[in-house]
Design a protein around this ligand. Structure first.
Ligand SMILES: NC(=O)c1ccc[n+]([C@@H]2O[C@H](COP(=O)([O-])OP(=O)(O)OC[C@H]3O[C@@H](n4cnc5c(N)ncnc54)[C@H](OP(=O)(O)O)[C@@H]3O)[C@@H](O)[C@H]2O)c1
Length: 211
């Protein structure tokens, strides 16, 4: 299905999450709060997520990775080493929008993965042929992302970058709908490096925008 024109403000918007751990659940919580339907997936299958979707409420359901990947907007939140396995064998992306919330970090020691001089999201893009990728939500700690974006009369900031302007517009609308503020850092070559963990200056920076 072609989703080039999907509006993030649609009542029928469905978001899929691949990787229902700390950051995936934090994002799901904000989606549900905004009334957006979400399908969460992990490596162990939908049954293992019954308790989590039960806590999230009626807008959340558990699905397979394939079902999550078929949503209008797909949020990827698996650990770096698991990305190839998580994204293997999925149907054509057909221009669907992917939010890359991953970081190229290797444990133990929080070491930077080998990227051959590229931005990590450019590496992730190679695993998602035909998708339109926007890097966002990778810089806030999960507990911060899960907490109320409305803070002291302002809005918590989310950084984003990407090479497809229309996809970035849609993700920007989604960020607005969730109640966050946003800063567009430009393309992946520059913005992605600013957002990069480890190495960039923005990870764990928790800012609130006023006005
Ligand atoms: N935690 C944070 O504060 C934070 C903040 C920003 C960005 N991030 C980034 O977000 C990503 C996830 O971090 P996290 O802390 O949320 O990790 P996490 O709590 O360990 O969760 C990882 C999730 O990925 C799933 N997964 C692993 N292999 C998979 C596969 N082959 N197919 C489908 N799902 C698979 C796991 O499912 P199973 O449990 O079933 O294996 C789990 O639901 C990382 O790249 C991290 O750098 C994390």
């Amino acid at each position: 299905m072609e989703n080039q024109t999907i509006s993030a403000n649609s009542n029928n918007l469905r978001v899929g999450i691949i990787g229902a751990g700390a950051i995936g659940q934090a994002f799901a919580k904000q989606l549900v709060k905004a009334g957006i339907s979400v399908t969460l997936s992990n490596s162990r299958g939908p049954e293992s997520l019954a308790g989590i979707v039960g806590q999230l409420g009626a807008k959340a359901r558990a699905g397979t990775v394939r079902e999550a990947a078929e949503a209008d907007i797909v949020f990827i939140s698996v650990n770096w080493v698991h990305l190839p396995a998580a994204l293997a064998g999925l149907p054509s992306w057909n221009g669907r929008i992917v939010i890359d919330a991953t970081n190229p970090v290797l444990l133990p020691g929080y070491r930077l993965a080998e990227l051959d001089g590229r931005n990590s999201s450019q590496v992730v893009s190679d695993l998602l042929p035909g998708a339109r990728l926007v890097k966002a939500f990778n810089t806030l700690l999960a507990a911060v992302l899960a907490s109320d974006p409305a803070q002291a009369g302002g809005k918590r900031l989310v950084f984003m970058s990407g090479d497809d302007a229309a996809a970035k517009d849609t993700v920007g609308q989604l960020i607005d709908r969730l109640g966050f503020a946003r800063i567009d850092l430009g393309g992946l070559d520059i913005g992605g490096k600013l957002q990069q963990f480890p190495g960039g200056p923005l990870p764990a920076v928790n800012l609130v925008k006023f006005g």
